[in-house]
Design a protein around this ligand. Structure first.
Ligand code: NDP
Length: 454
């Protein structure tokens, strides 16, 4: 370490990216501290991916109890207890917070709780002390962004939904992206009368549209009420606590909770950004180069705060590259092409590569192979749910450039195929792979008939 600084690296924000960077840098021999104001593990562990997925599991049981009957199971009356789920979820998150603490401490990282603010290119103010560091890494992430309108003070976001005292009877969820669609499935599965209010006419507008529309249709079949081309103009709270939403269609919707999932904004306020003169973009994300270096050479940033895809595995991959570049052999870099992702809607949407719309915009000639079918399980379960699997092939090279699936465990399945898409394998190589029977996944290696081209 250069003796003139307290630390080699000072990380602000102990979310997925910050914790990974701090741990790996310390393991590489750097003297590292990390500051956290709220909770270890950030959004993903506390109010994001992990508790969300636990709730998705919880909400699936209603379907599974029904489906079990077709397989001969005779079950008694089932009841759901929200408080039990929240208690168990909270305990699991506490356990994970502890694991994060242990991982950091075992790596030799000094954890400091409190709000850190930049003071200069090499110093931070934290708990009324000035701390110096050779390098500073900003990994403060993002927070839900809710528009302001009359009555907006009554709405909740994904930060609060994990801690509600009771399960609502009726919920209005606003938005048409990841969070809105996932929570519509969770609430509907838990028996809540669920209304999804979306300003556009197609959900998940950045996803492969044939897949997104197929998923929206499946969600409607399961009971989610989707209100397209609709905005809430005001919300009034009644004396019995009911929330009456005035819609711009002239109708009203009454619910006991209204949740906004209308995107996230980076947490760059009150961080000293202006004081040190760090360059930010119009949407408040921090500008960085390929080495995650900001406009001030000793200050770096990564994760949601820099405006790259807001996904935990992207932040942790960036952290690995950052540490390799700063404290390793510098051989690693990151590519944002072909990032696989899943929406844990019901059914799931799994995707890697480009959508039909993106490929049309590029003008690349494409062959589409697709299959829509009833999952073997549902031949007995009585469920009407259907599966869609789509493969988009570049006509000239026969490379698989997009794979999209709507169906159970699509996230699990697409993760494996993402390696093949990343490796730029061709349709022939998929066809030469022998399937595993009977699975849904085998469909991706047995798609023989061209569906259409564009
Ligand atoms: P998204 O950006 O996915 O979606 C935001 C939605 O809100 C869009 O449909 C948008 O409409 C709509 N919207 C934006 N502003 C308004 C407004 N003022 N009034 C009405 N509607 C509005 O954001 P999310 O909040 O759903 O999620 C944030 C990010 O978190 C995601 O982008 C994703 O990266 C990450 N995430 C990942 C998950 C996963 O990996 N499974 C799960 C959850 C989150 P329009 O389409 O018209 O712009």
């Amino acid at each position: 370490m250069t003796e003139q600084y307290d630390y080699d690296l000072f990380v602000i924000g102990a979310g997925s990216g910050g914790v990974r960077a701090a741990r790996m840098a310390a393991t590489s021999g750097a003297k590292v501290a990390i500051a956290e104001e709220k909770y270890l593990g950030g959004t993903c562990v506390n109010v994001g991916c992990v508790p969300k997925k636990l709730m998705v599991y919880a909400s699936h049981y209603s379907d599974e109890f029904e489906e079990a009957k077709g397989f001969g199971w005779e079950l008694g009356e089932s009841r759901f207890n929200w408080s039990t789920l929240i208690d168990h979820k909270n305990k699991e998150i506490e356990r994970l917070n502890g694991i994060y603490k242990q991982l950091l401490e075992n790596a030799g990282v000094n954890i400091i709780f409190g709000r850190a603010r930049l003071v200069s290119a090499n110093s931070i103010e934290l708990n009324n002390k000035i701390i110096t560091a050779k390098k500073i890494l900003i990994t403060v992430g993002a927070t839900p962004s809710v528009p302001e309108f009359p009555g907006s003070e009554h709405v909740i976001s994904s930060d609060q939904v994990f801690f509600l005292d009771k399960l609502p009877e009726t919920i209005v969820i606003v938005g048409g992206g990841y969070i809105a669609v996932e929570f519509a499935g969770i609430m509907n599965g838990l028996g809540v009368d669920t209304h999804l209010v979306y300003r556009g006419d197609k959900l998940l507008k950045n996803f492969d549209q044939p897949s997104a529309q197929f998923a929206a249709n499946e969600m409607q079949k399961k009971g989610v009420n989707i209100h397209y081309s609709t905005n809430i103009t005001s919300i009034e709270k009644q004396t019995n606590s009911d929330l009456v939403c005035q819609l711009d269609t002239g109708e009203t919707l009454c619910a006991d909770q209204v949740m906004y999932a209308t995107g996230r904004k980076s947490l760059t306020t009150d961080l000293g950004i202006e004081k040190v003169g760090l360059n930010t973009r119009n949407n408040a994300t921090i500008e960085t180069n390929d080495q995650f270096q900001t406009s001030i050479p000793s200050i770096y940033a990564l994760g949601d705060v820099i405006g790259t895809p807001e996904l935990t595995p992207v932040a942790t991959a960036q952290a690995m590259v950052f540490v390799n570049q700063q404290y390793g052999d510098g051989s690693k870099s990151i590519s944002y092409d072909n990032i696989p992702t899943a929406i844990f809607s019901q059914p799931n949407i799994g995707t890697v590569g480009l959508s039909e719309e993106a490929l049309k915009a590029k003008g690349t000639p494409i062959d589409v192979y697709q299959s829509e079918f009833k999952h073997l399980k549902h031949t007995l379960s009585g469920s009407e749910e259907r599966v869609l699997m789509r493969m988009l092939i570049e006509k000239d090279t026969q490379k698989v450039v997009g794979m999209h699936m709507v169906g159970p465990d699509a996230g699990e399945l697409i993760q494996g195929f993402a390696v093949a898409v990343k490796a730029e394998l061709t349709k022939d190589q998929f066809d030469a792979t022998i399937g595993i029977h009977p699975t849904m996944a085998e469909e991706f290696v047995t798609l023989r008939e061209l569906s259409y081209s564009f």
